[in-house]
Design a protein around this ligand. Structure first.
Ligand SMILES: C[S@@+](CC[C@H](N)C(=O)[O-])C[C@H]1O[C@@H](n2cnc3c(N)ncnc32)[C@H](O)[C@@H]1O
Length: 245
């Protein structure tokens, strides 16, 4: 890189860093955070998450929504003193990945399609992600001990199930639909300064009192979910391989 380009790159990344710090401060001092952090604290009941897993933030150097969503991620990380914070979006640029490392997040390098086995006590954050991603995550963790120990913040499961045709749910969100009657969700307040950042999102818990009633057969899972067409913004690992080659 030439000296001039290096300077330009450095000025640009300073500008991005500053704007992410500003967004984080705005989130951390907002009435939205006062309400949302109180909800999280009730559910954590004095403990802190063992780690955070975040999928689907989007391009936070460019997108306003993604910047504030990253601001919330960092605010949660700070407030609950979470050291391990794993973040992945196939659309991240190299500069965004480097920035995540600088601010103490581990940017995952592989597209796991959401099929990651969660550690007990993981706080999952998937802002406005495709249905398939949550479906895959549930499939990979289709186990009551794991689910009861985790919290998932994502698009409201109840809203997803009630507003989507059964045909689509069967195809892309079978496990989302199956777990939905057994989930408790707390809607995120829609009092943030922008109404398209945390809209339609909710915090989901999987209470032991509900899950323990389910028969063993409920927990038998089918074969790995695969989707044969690219629907609803879900990016498969095969697509990532073809970007790279
Ligand atoms: C609707 S966009 C949401 C972006 C941003 N969070 C927002 O609210 O504007 C869905 C995001 O999911 C990401 N995504 C798609 N497939 C994914 C995968 N396999 N793993 C992680 N993220 C994925 C997309 O790259 C995209 O950034």
């Amino acid at each position: 890189m030439s000296k001039k380009n290096r300077k330009l790159f450095s000025t640009r990344s300073q500008k991005y860093k500053k704007s992410i710090e500003e967004c984080t401060n705005i989130v951390a001092t907002s009435p939205f955070w006062i309400h949302f952090s109180a909800t999280i604290k009730v559910e954590l009941n004095g403990s802190n998450p063992s780690s955070i897993l975040c999928y689907g933030l989007g391009n936070f150097f460019e997108s306003i929504q993604s910047k504030y969503q990253l601001g919330l991620l960092l605010t949660i990380k700070n407030e609950f003193k979470v050291k391990n914070c794993y973040v992945y979006d196939p659309k991240f640029t190299d500069a965004e990945r480097s920035h995540l490392t600088e601010i103490g997040c581990d940017s995952l390098c592989e597209n796991e399609e959401g099929k990651r086995s969660l550690l007990p006590g993981t706080f999952v954050y998937m802002p406005h992600c495709p249905k398939q991603l949550l479906n895959n995550l549930l499939w990979a963790n289709w186990n009551k001990e794991i689910l009861t120990s985790c919290i998932i913040v994502c698009n409201s499961i109840d809203q997803t199930v009630t507003s989507t045709l059964d045909r689509i749910l069967n195809k892309y969100a079978y496990y989302v639909q199956k777990i939905s009657p057994h989930v408790i969700e707390k809607k995120c307040c829609d009092d943030f300064i922008y109404d398209d950042v945390f809209n339609d999102m909710a915090l989901h818990i999987f209470p032991n009192e509900k899950l323990k009633e389910l028969e063993d057969i409920f927990w038998e899972r089918g074969k790995e979910p695969l989707y044969d067409d690219d629907e609803l913004e879900f990016i498969t690992k095969f697509e990532c391989m073809s970007f790279q080659s």
